[in-house]
Design a binder for this molecule. Structure first.
Ligand SMILES: Nc1ncnc2c1ncn2[C@@H]1O[C@H](COP(=O)(O)OP(=O)(O)OP(=O)(O)O)[C@@H](O)[C@H]1O
Length: 267
C-alpha cells in the first residue's frame, strides 16, 4: 500500500520563482492496485512520483509504504520497495555497461552484498529467458554495451530490469512516450504481464487518455498540484476518452486554453 497524507512540495521556497508543485495530495493506493495518473503539463505528476520515490523531499505531509512512514527516508532507502521506468530510455540504465551487467545490477538489488554478485551461467540463462520475451532478438546481445541499443530496446531492458528487482511498487513515468507505436504497444504488453506476475502496486503517468483508461483499475487526474478526479469501478468503466478530455476542459480556469496538445494528439 502507498499512502500520501496531505503531501505538499514547494520548489524555490521564498524566492520569486517559488512553485507550489503539490498542494495537499491525499491518496491511498491499496496493495496490488494499478493507478493511471493524468494531468496537463506542470500538473505535478512527475513531482508526485519523484516524492514517493524519495528523489524530492516533501515540504509537508507524510508518505507511508504499508504502515511504514518513509517520509524522511532518502531515495536509497526506498530502492528495495520501488522499481522505476522513466520516459528517457537513457535514465535508469548504465550506457557504459553491457546488457547483462545492467541486468545483474538490477537483480543484485534484492541480494545482500550486491557488489560481489557474479555473473554466472545460471544468471545468464535467466537474463536470456527474460529478454526473449521481448521478441527483439536481445537475448543474443547480452554482452552488447547498453549505450549501443536503440531507445526502444533500451527501454525494454529497463522494464525487464524492474521485474528482476524485489520491489513491490512500480512507478512508470511516461515510459512509452518516447517509443514508436509498435514498440510502445509491446512495452505496455510486457508491463501488464510483469505487473500481474508480481502483483505490483503501480502508478503510471501517461499523456495518452487511451492508455489511462485501458490499463489499471483506477485513474487519478492532477491539476495544479491537487487530485481533482479519482475514478474507479463502474464509473471508470463507463468513461470514454472524450469524457476524460471533458474533465480536462472542466479543470481549466475560465478562458484558459488547454495548453497540452499532446493530450489531444495521443487520445
Ligand atoms: N526542480 C524543480 N525546480 C523548480 N520547479 C520545478 C522543479 N521540478 C518541477 N518544477 C515545477 O513544478 C511543477 C510540476 O512539475 P511536474 O514535472 O511535476 O509536472 P508534470 O505534471 O509531470 O508535467 P509534464 O506532463 O509536463 O511532465 C511545474 O510547474 C514545474 O515547472
Amino acid at each position: 500500500m502507498i499512502r500520501c497524507k496531505d503531501l505538499h512540495v514547494t520548489f524555490n521556497h521564498g524566492l520569486a520563482t517559488e512553485k507550489l508543485a503539490l498542494r495537499g495530495v491525499d491518496l491511498t493506493i491499496p496493495t496490488g492496485q494499478f493507478v493511471t495518473v493524468i494531468g496537463s503539463n506542470g500538473a505535478g505528476k512527475s513531482t508526485l512520483l519523484n516524492t514517493i520515490a524519495g528523489d524530492i523531499e516533501a515540504t509537508h505531509g507524510q508518505i507511508f509504504f504499508n504502515d511504514r512512514d518513509v517520509t524522511s527516508l532518502p531515495a536509497t532507502g526506498r530502492t528495495k520497495d520501488i522499481a522505476r521506468v522513466f520516459q528517457d530510455p537513457l535514465a535508469g540504465t548504465c550506457g557504459n555497461l553491457t546488457v547483462e551487467e545492467n541486468m545483474c545490477l538490477a537483480y543484485g538489488r534484492g541480494i545482500r552484498g550486491t557488489l560481489s554478485l557474479a555473473l554466472n551461467s545460471k544468471l545468464r540463462k535467466l537474463f536470456k529467458e527474460q529478454l526473449s520475451r521481448l521478441n527483439l532478438g536481445l537475448e543474443d546481445r547480452l554482452t552488447s554495451q547498453m549505450g549501443l541499443l536503440s531507445g526502444g530496446q533500451r527501454q525494454s531492458v529497463s522494464l525487464l530490469m524492474s521485474a528482476l528487482q524485489p520491489s513491490s511498487i512500480l512507478l512508470l513515468d511516461e515510459h512509452t512516450a518516447a517509443l514508436d507505436p509498435k514498440t510502445a504497444a509491446l512495452i505496455m504488453d510486457i508491463t501488464s504481464q510483469i505487473i500481474e506476475e508480481k502483483s505490483l502496486t503501480v502508478m503510471m503517468v501517461t499523456h495518452s487518455m487511451r492508455q489511462a483508461l485501458d490499463h489499471g483499475s483506477r485513474t487519478i487526474m492532477l491539476h495544479e498540484g491537487k487530485i481533482i478526479f479519482d475514478l474507479e469501478g463502474k464509473e471508470r468503466s463507463s468513461y470514454e476518452v472524450k469524457d476524460l478530455l471533458n474533465l480536462f476542459a472542466l479543470a481549466r480556469k475560465d478562458g484558459e486554453e488547454l495548453d497540452d496538445d499532446k493530450l489531444l494528439l495521443d487520445s
